[in-house]
Design a protein around this ligand. Structure first.
Ligand SMILES: Cc1ncc(COP(=O)(O)O)c(C=O)c1O
Length: 379
């Protein structure tokens, strides 16, 4: 099956009790057993839920994976991967990534004796220089949030000793429709399904997709033991979002491309960060590993001051000023004070994320309305 058919049909069987074509929301905490230990495969909803099971199968298919596991948020999915590690283990991760991931690593897991090395992963050589006997995980995000840097997944994958170091890729920005890291050698794909997969800004959700059965057992054990599982209604919403991912992503890509070019030629705009430009330093890798660029981009203003950035951030009428991304509606965001505020300023500036950077999540509205809104806001 091709991708659109897979996204619509993956994991879906008519409900066995009624024939309902759409997976019901199994709003239950437990399941009646015929005798102790004699059940229909479901014992307690932290461990198993039929709505979640269908979603996990569908998410696995979307990433060409054997297994999917769902969590109550993207951060909870990241947290589960970190719990595979032990004190003394080392992680190499992208210097430029979502602020909440950085906060989880630096403020929570460092305390438990895990050592994190942050580096610019656009150069694979930076990663190989940090690999040692303690390295157990390489964590990357591509394209990165918010600077749209591109990491060569296949090149990073080849740096590892097979079976010794896991490679996990946060694929939130590209979505499974535009990029499949497992096919490029990664061991685990992580998504904040809150974003493009859910697609409607109405649910917080995270997931992991992977191929190795032993690794799946370890992560399933963490999922049920630590308990950061999503409720069935949230699983239903993500399942519904997944079915239209391809049509939404095509439109995000179309609008995103138009807005990136609009910004690039605008006299009031300084630099535009978007990996679909031929002069972007990661373009060659982007077109090798991605099938589209989606709707994410960042930019600075020619008058690169905080006051001017704040003026634009509060002047848009269609683009709503809000955290998050990947929904059908367009959003404008100030990473330094919003999504990336948890990264210390010096670190942020060193990695190229300036105080006045503006991030856009371009939605699927009419492009004329989006360009007119930015035009009136930038001036
Ligand atoms: C790239 C990326 N990864 C992970 C997350 C965390 O996901 P969640 O907010 O669903 O916990 C986010 C949230 O913005 C994100 O942008």
């Amino acid at each position: 099956m091709k991708i659109a058919t897979k996204l619509i049909h993956a994991g879906m069987e008519p409900d066995p009790s009624t024939g309902a074509i759409m997976t019901p929301i199994y709003q239950t905490s437990t399941y009646v057993q015929a005798a102790p230990g004699k059940n229909k495969g479901y014992e307690y909803a932290r461990s198993q839920n039929p709505t979640r099971k269908v979603l996990e199968e569908a998410l696995a298919v979307s990433e060409n994976a054997r297994f999917g596991l769902c969590f109550s948020s993207g951060v909870a999915a990241t947290d589960a991967v970190m719990k595979l590690l032990s004190p003394g283990d080392e992680v190499i991760c992208a210097a430029d990534m979502y602020g909440g991931t950085y906060r989880l690593f630096s403020k929570v897991f460092e305390k438990y004796g895990i050592k994190f090395h942050y580096t610019d992963m656009q150069q694979a050589g930076n990663v190989s220089a940090l690999i040692n006997q303690q390295t157990k995980l390489i964590w990357t995000e591509t394209p990165t949030n918010p600077l749209m840097n591109v990491v060569d997944i296949a090149a990073i994958s080849k740096l590892r000793k097979p079976g010794k170091i896991l490679l996990c890729v946060d694929n939130t920005f590209a979505s499974p429709y535009f990029q499949n890291p497992l096919d490029l050698g990664a061991d685990i794909v992580m998504h904040s399904a809150t974003k493009y997969i859910g697609g409607h800004s109405d649910v917080i959700h995270g997931c992991l997709m992977l191929n190795d059965a032993d690794l799946r057992e370890k992560l399933y054990f963490i999922q049920k033991s630590c308990g950061a599982v999503p409720g069935p209604q949230d699983c239903f919403l993500i399942l519904r979002g997944l079915k239209t991912l391809h049509v939404r992503m095509d439109r995000h890509n179309e609008n995103g491309t138009a807005i990136a070019h609009f910004l690039k030629q605008h006299p009031g705009v300084g630099k535009v960060y978007w990996c679909g430009f031929e002069d972007h330093q990661g373009y060659a890798i982007a077109i090798k590993q991605m099938r589209g660029f989606g709707g994410m981009m960042s930019f600075t203003l020619k008058n690169d001051s905080m006051d001017e950035a704040l003026r634009v951030l509060t002047s848009t009428k269609v683009f709503a000023l809000a955290e998050s991304l990947g929904g059908v509606e367009s959003l404008i965001n100030h990473p330094a004070s919003m999504t990336h505020a948890s990264i210390p300023r010096e670190e942020r500036i060193k990695n190229g994320l300036g105080d006045s950077l503006i991030r856009l999540s371009v939605g699927i509205e009419d492009i004329e309305d989006l360009t007119a809104d930015l035009q009136q806001a930038i001036g």
